[in-house]
Design a protein around this ligand. Structure first.
Ligand code: NAI
Length: 246
């Protein structure tokens, strides 16, 4: 039980990578508070699956891009759970397009949901972690945040921003025993990547040394490493989970 009696807050965890992380943490004895835009039937199903591990779990409807809403939901989570040991900034969207065709709202939406959200949550959660004198923050970046990608300048800029944010947080809060790191997944099979046309997906898979997309569980295993004491001297780092792509 690597996370027994700890509490994790995971954003955008009703499905996909966030859900896999929630399940992986719960299997290690961690209580789970998660957010998503709406707590609908599929989010209720996620809650049900987490409950089977015998931990405390609650889903909160909250827009991670909204500063005020984020502070309100974090206050509520602290009231409900008493502490927050792990923060996973996972909520994210894509609104792809070539730079010269990208309109302002495509740019703003992706920066706000992917990058500003992480600032919102770190800003709200860090005082809680400082009081506890322990915390692990994980930002979900991407290999395209490290390498860039044609057609994704907004997304790759947001994901590069998450790296700068984690590295700066690690430097500012390290003296309070708070670590901050990034995971940079490559091509992971989820609802987000299912939108990509099959021929593009197949071409992409050929460029991956392991010749396949990753699973959400393979990302969750690295999140468990960064959340737990297995990584107690790891901070300010970016760990790619990309089958050798990066
Ligand atoms: P997904 O689309 O399956 O799940 C994202 C979740 O975030 C959804 O439940 C969605 O409702 C929620 N969300 C979206 N906007 C939100 C907001 N404003 N407030 C709260 N929740 C919100 O995506 P997936 O694939 O699970 O991705 C999770 C994270 O991993 C994202 O940050 C994504 O950019 C990143 N990532 C994914 C990769 C992939 O290949 N799937 C590769 C690299 C990074």
């Amino acid at each position: 039980m690597l996370l027994e009696n700890k509490t994790a807050l995971i954003t955008g965890a009703a499905r996909g990578i966030g859900k896999a992380i929630a399940l992986k943490f719960a299997a290690e004895g961690c209580n789970i508070a998660f957010t998503d835009l709406v707590i609908n039937e599929s989010a209720e199903q996620t809650i049900h699956e987490i409950e089977t591990f015998g931990v405390k779990v609650k889903g909160y409807s909250s827009n991670a891009a909204d500063f005020t809403e984020t502070h309100e939901v974090v206050n509520q989570i602290v009231a409900d759970f008493g502490r927050i040991d792990i923060l996973v900034n996972n909520a994210g969207i894509t609104k792809d397009g070539l730079l010269l065709r990208m309109n302002e709202s495509q740019w703003d939406d992706v920066i706000n949901v992917n990058l500003k959200s992480a600032y919102n949550f770190i800003h709200a959660v860090a005082p809680v972690m400082i009081r506890q004198r322990i915390g692990s923050i994980i930002n979900m970046s991407s290999v395209v945040g490290v390498n860039g990608n044609a057609g994704q300048c907004n997304y790759s800029a947001s994901k590069a921003g998450l790296i700068g944010l984690a590295k700066s947080t690690a430097k500012e809060l390290g003296s309070r025993n708070i670590r901050a790191n990034c995971i940079a997944p490559g091509f992971i099979i989820t609802e987000m990547t299912e939108k990509i046309p099959t021929d593009v997906r197949q071409a992409w898979e050929k460029t991956i040394p392991l010749r396949r997309g990753g699973s959400v569980d393979e990302v969750a295993k690295v999140a468990l490493f960064l959340a737990s004491d297995l990584s107690s001297y790891v901070s300010g780092q970016v760990i790619p989970v990309c089958g050798g792509m990066s």
